[in-house]
Every structure is written in C-alpha cells, then in structure tokens.
Ligand binder design. Structure first.
Ligand code: ZN
Length: 448
C-alpha cells in the first residue's frame, strides 16, 4: 500500500537514522523484527477464546485435509551481475519447508508458487529495515498472493550506531514478508504466521501487570481471563519470556523467571511463533493459533480463490512443485510413481489466471556402462493432455523429444551423469489436466 502516511513515516525515519554512526555492529542475529505493537485490532477472541474453539470446529483438519491453497510471489534480490543473492533453489527449499510445517501441524493450509521475480541490484544485498524494507516491498508487489522478499541480509541500524541483523520480518502495513535466504527451518513459517494474524507468545512479557500475560491460566483481569486479554491473547500458548536467552541446545527452558504475580514461568519451547535461539525447536502451532489463521484466511480479500471449493479445482497443484524450470527440477528415483498436474495459478482479482504447464525432473545415472531405462507416462484422473516430452543431458543438449497423445513408454540408453526430463502441456489449455510418470530400468537391463 503506497499511502501518503506510509511515505511520510519512511521519510521521518530516514531523517532519524541518517546521521548515525555505522562502525559498530552487533551480530545479534535476532529472529524476527516484526513489531506488532502498532497493530491493535480488537478481535472476537480477545476476552473470549471459546470463540476460536467454536470456529475451528467447522474445519475438519484430520489427515492433513487441505482447505486453502495460497499462492506465493517470491522476490529474489541479487547483485547487478546476478552472481550472488537469493536463487530459485532457495525458493524451492522455502516452499518445501513451509508446506512441511503447515501440513504436519494439520493447519488445513498449503502453499504454491505463483511467480518468481528477480531484482538485480547490488545495493539491495543488505536490506535496511527502516527505509528499504517498507519502501521496496511496497513497490514490489503482486496482487492475489503473499509477497515474500528473499534477501541476503536484513539489518536494523539503531540510533546508537549499532546494527542488528534479523532473520525476517512481516510488514503489517503492506502485508509483505522479508526473510534472509539462509533462514533455518521454520523462519518463513513464523513470518507467514504473522501474516495470518499470529502474535509472539511472549508479547509484552517485560511489561507491567496491565499488559503482561500471567503464568496462571485462571487469573482474572476484570471479569475476563488475563491470558485472553494480555500477551498474544491466546490461553493455549503458555505465558513465556522471550526465550532466546533462556533455552539450551536441546530446546529445554533454562530460565528461572517469575511473572509480575510471582509465578515461575513454565513455557513450552516448541511453538513456531516463539523466539528460540535454536530454530529446530520451532515445531508446532496450537489449536487456537490454527483457528486464528483460518479465521483470518476467511476474512482475506482473496478468500474466494484461495479457499478450496468445486470452482477452485483448477488450482490443484502437485507435491513436486515448484518444478517449472531446470533449476527447480524435482529429483526422480527409479521405480517411484509421480503424479503431476498442469493447473491454473490465481493471478489476482480481475486478472486472467496463469497456466502452470511445464514440469522438470532430474534423474541420475550412476552406472559407468550404458543404462537402459524406460520412461512410462500414464493417464491421470482427467483426460490425457497432449504433451511434449524432452530429455536433456546436463549440457542442455536435447537427446530425445516426443509428442505424446496417449499413454506411452519411451526407451532410453544413458551413460553416467545427470539428465533432465521436461514435460510440457501443449494441449489447448483446459481447467486442469494431469498425468502419472514412472521410470523403470528396461527389461533388458535386469540382471541379478
Ligand atoms: Zn515474529
């Protein structure tokens, strides 16, 4: 959102930091620079967490049932020569991790790639928190998707001259996410949690009784529960201090802190929205956190396209995506069966959907002598789409090319090395089409 207020704030902040000393640098490497103090919206569950339990009862979440497919636009910041900086490989890794955490937590939410945009500008290698992040992320924005900016480093320069490096941030005004490319494990998942309305469980932990969440779950604030009104306002995330200084490598809480009422903290240490120093500790969303995310998804302006319905079957993506380029190729193992779809990508309101029509796969031949393999293409659940199958060697030389009108087997003889299979949908674009593929060793090859 390029509001005048946003631009004015940016100018003021710029003036504020312009004369600071840049010599000192603290490699604090903090986790998330998102400041949720400025966003105080009264929600239905504030003072009434039962609302969330009633709400989530509408969502069957067992067996990884998916209710939302959310498209992501990735902005990759590279140097002028495109030699350094975030790459497509980072995108694949980040989407895989994101889907892993959202699926294993049975959130009902999944993610697919809408588009990758590359920004070649050496000066953007260090992303400034105060000026650059809000400004650049307001300009670089694709509607209908969550915009994720993958940067080399994210730096907040304090008035004292100290610099603090962060792993990521969520901008509550323009709804953008910025994460550093070397962001371990659940870093992006945490920031997406902010996008869907989650707060840090330690919010206001160092404040007085008016704002601090009490350890006790039954402590009252007026006629409501303290844990429903203070901290992250969710009672199923225990009160906790910012964990970064109070956690060991095995994710044990090692602090001895008490809240303002004298009760000793007994935090869990595996919540994705917490500040654990060791990010592998981040594993779970609680039931109330999942309900908050689903509630906010229902209120999202893109609800009609992101929500899974009979009308939205065209957005069904497969588990090997993103695999639209050679760099994004998914690994293929002999004898495994892969199911792929050619689907539509939501492109924002009043815009035409985009087609996802190319799949890349990588195979590795390990034998020194010639290896005979067969690529078998089978019909999926829908009509067989007319496709073009190409096999390329690692030097991009096309060694096989076939137009496929029906289920087919293609025999190949390969020597040791990496090969790429490219499958393109060349039929007149339909809503959704699919196929299955299996690579086997040819019969001739079978030896004991
Ligand atoms: Zn955060």
């Amino acid at each position: 959102m390029k509001t005048p207020l946003n631009i004015l704030c940016t100018i003021i902040i710029l003036l504020f930091i312009i004369n600071t000393n840049s010599n000192a640098q603290i490699f604090q490497d903090d986790f998330c620079a998102h400041n949720d103090k400025f966003f105080r919206k009264k929600e239905k569950w504030h003072g009434n967490n039962q609302f969330l339990y009633d709400y989530i009862a509408n969502y069957p979440l067992q067996n990884s049932k998916i209710h939302y497919r959310v498209p992501l636009t990735f902005w990759l910041y590279q140097d002028n020569e495109a030699k350094h900086g975030a790459s497509e490989i980072d995108v694949k890794k980040q989407i895989n991790l994101l889907n892993y955490y959202y699926l294993t937590n049975n959130t009902g939410i999944s993610f697919y790639l809408k588009e990758i945009k590359i920004v070649k500008k050496t000066k953007r290698q260090t992303f400034g928190y105060f000026f650059e992040a809000p400004f650049v992320t307001s300009l670089n924005k694709k509607n209908g998707s969550i915009n994720i900016h993958l940067v080399q480093s994210l730096q907040k320069r304090k008035i004292s001259g100290n610099k603090i490096l962060y792993k990521g941030t969520f901008n509550g005004v323009n709804k953008s996410i910025t994460v550093v490319r070397y962001n371990a494990k659940a870093g992006l998942t945490h920031e997406i949690g902010h996008y869907f309305g989650l707060k840090h469980p330690h919010k206001n932990w160092n404040k007085g009784k008016q704002k601090q969440e009490s350890v006790s779950r039954t402590r009252k604030k007026g006629n409501k529960l303290n844990c429903e009104l203070n901290g992250d306002k969710l009672c199923d995330t225990p009160a906790e201090p910012s964990l970064s200084k109070y956690i060991d490598q095995d994710c044990n809480y090692i602090g001895d802190l008490k809240d303002n009422w004298g009760d000793t903290y007994t935090p869990v240490t595996n919540n994705i929205m917490s500040y654990q120093r060791y990010k592998s500790c981040r594993q779970i969303f609680t039931t109330q956190q999942k309900a908050v995310m689903l509630y906010n998804l229902e209120k999202n302006t893109n609800y009609n396209a992101w929500h899974i319905s009979a009308d939205n079957i065209k957005y069904s993506f497969d588990q090997f995506e993103p695999d639209d380029t050679k760099k994004l190729a998914s690994k293929f193992f002999i004898d495994s069966l892969q199911y792929h779809t050619f689907h539509k990508i939501y492109n924002g309101k009043n815009r035409k959907d985009v087609s996802n029509n190319i799949d890349w796969m990588q195979i590795k031949c390990t034998q020194d002598d010639h290896q005979k393999i067969t690529i078998n293409i089978y019909k999926g659940e829908f009509d067989f789409p007319k496709m073009k199958l190409s096999v390329l060697d690692s030097k991009n030389k096309i060694i096989e090319e076939h137009i496929l009108d029906n289920e087919t087997s293609v025999k190949l003889e390969l020597i040791k090395g990496y090969y790429y299979i490219k499958i393109e949908n060349i039929s007149q674009s339909t809503e959704l089409s699919d196929y299955k593929i299996k690579i086997t060793k040819s019969e001739l090859e079978i030896k004991n």
